[in-house]
Design a protein around this ligand. Structure first.
Ligand SMILES: [Zn+2]
Length: 302
C-alpha cells in the first residue's frame, strides 16, 4: 500500500477501490464524483480508526486504518479456510465455542486481532509479523489467501467510502433525516450502489447473478463484522447518532434473497463465532438452520 500511495493520489485510491468492486458503475460514479466533488485526503496516522466525511465535502482516511482493514481481511480468511474440522453445526453452545478457542487457527486469528487492537490505540503503523501477514505493497498478491484478502479490502473500503460519500451528498441537499436515519440511508445507499446493477455486470462478465450477489453481500456483511470489531463494546448499542450495529446489519439484509442454507450464512456465522470467541461473549444453546443461527448470533452484539 505504501507503493500505492506513491503511485496514486488518495482520490485515485478511493475510486479504484470502488471501480474494482462495482466495475459496471464506473461511469456513473465519475458523474457523481464530478457533481459532488468530494475532497479526498489521506491524513496523518492518528489514534483510532479513521475513515470519515468531514466538513467542506472532505472524505478523510489514514494509512493506518487501511492497514487495520487489511489485517482484518487476513484474519477473516483464516477464519474461513481454517477450522476444517468444524463442520459448521446447526447447533452452537458454550462448549463448541470453548473448543474453537483451543484451536491453532483461532490462536492465529486472535494474534492478528490483538495486533489490530494495538494499532487502534497507536498513532503510528506498527507492522505485524510479515512472515504471517505480508505487508500490502499496492498490487493484488498472487497467492489465494492474499488475493482474497485484497479483494475484501477493496470491497470493504468501497462500502465504507460510499457510505461517507452519501453523507457528503446529503450535506449538499435539504433533507429531514434524523442522525440515525441518515446513518441507515448512507448504509442503504452504499449497499444499493454495490448490488443494484449486478445483472449488468453479469451480462458482460458471464458470472451468475446469485454468485456475484452473495460475494458482494458477504463483503458488506464482513464490513459490519469489522465495525463490530473496531467499535468499543459499549457503543454496539443504539446511540443518539447511530443505530445499533445489529439493526444496521438487519436493515442491510432486509429484502435480499439469499436462501436459508446458502453459504453466505455459513461464512458470516463463522466470523460472528470468531468475534464471539474474541470478545468472550457467553452463548446459550442456539439451534436452527444457518440463517436462523445468524439472527440468533447477531443478537449477541447488542
Ligand atoms: Zn455514517
Amino acid at each position: 500500500m505504501e507503493k500505492q500511495i506513491d503511485l496514486y493520489t488518495a482520490d485515485d485510491t478511493v475510486r479504484l477501490a470502488i471501480y474494482g468492486t462495482v466495475p459496471e458503475r464506473q461511469h456513473e460514479l465519475n458523474v457523481l464524483w464530478e457533481k459532488y466533488a468530494p475532497c479526498v485526503e489521506q491524513t496523518l496516522d492518528k489514534c483510532g480508526f479513521n475513515i470519515q466525511a468531514g466538513s467542506f465535502n472532505s472524505l478523510l482516511f489514514d494509512h493506518k486504518s487501511m492497514y487495520m482493514n487489511w489485517l482484518f481481511g487476513f484474519g477473516l480468511m483464516k477464519g474461513l479456510t481454517g477450522f476444517e474440522d468444524l463442520d459448521m453445526p446447526d447447533e452452537i453452545n458454550q462448549e463448541s465455542i470453548n473448543n474453537i478457542k483451543t484451536t491453532t487457527t483461532y490462536f492465529e486469528i486472535s494474534e492478528i486481532f490483538d495486533h489490530i487492537m494495538l494499532l487502534k490505540e497507536s498513532t503510528d503503523i506498527i507492522e505485524f509479523d510479515e512472515n504471517k501477514v505480508p505487508y500490502p505493497k499496492g498490487n493484488k498478491p498472487e497467492d489465494m489467501e492474499g488475493a482474497a484478502a485484497f479483494d475484501l479490502l477493496c470491497m470493504n473500503a468501497a462500502f465504507l467510502m460510499l457510505h461517507e460519500f452519501r453523507h457528503i451528498q446529503l450535506s449538499n441537499m435539504n433533507h429531514n433525516f434524523s442522525a440515525i436515519e441518515e446513518e441507515k440511508e448512507c448504509d442503504n445507499y452504499a449497499k444499493n450502489f454495490i448490488i443494484e446493477k449486478i445483472s449488468e455486470y453479469c451480462k458482460k462478465s458471464g458470472y451468475g447473478y446469485q454468485q456475484v450477489l452473495v460475494k458482494r453481500m458477504l463483503a458488506i456483511g464482513f464490513c459490519f463484522c469489522f465495525m463490530i470489531f473496531i467499535t468499543p463494546q459499549k457503543f454496539w448499542k443504539k446511540s443518539k447518532s447511530h443505530p445499533s450495529i445489529k439493526d444496521r446489519i438487519g436493515s442491510i439484509l432486509k429484502d435480499i434473497e439469499i436462501g436459508s442454507n446458502d453459504n453466505f450464512w455459513f461464512y458470516i456465522n463463522r466470523i460472528l463465532i470468531i468475534l464471539i470467541c474474541y470478545f468472550d461473549i457467553k452463548v446459550e444453546n442456539i439451534k436452527g438452520n444457518q440463517s436462523k443461527l445468524f439472527y440468533s448470533l447477531i443478537e449477541k452484539f447488542e
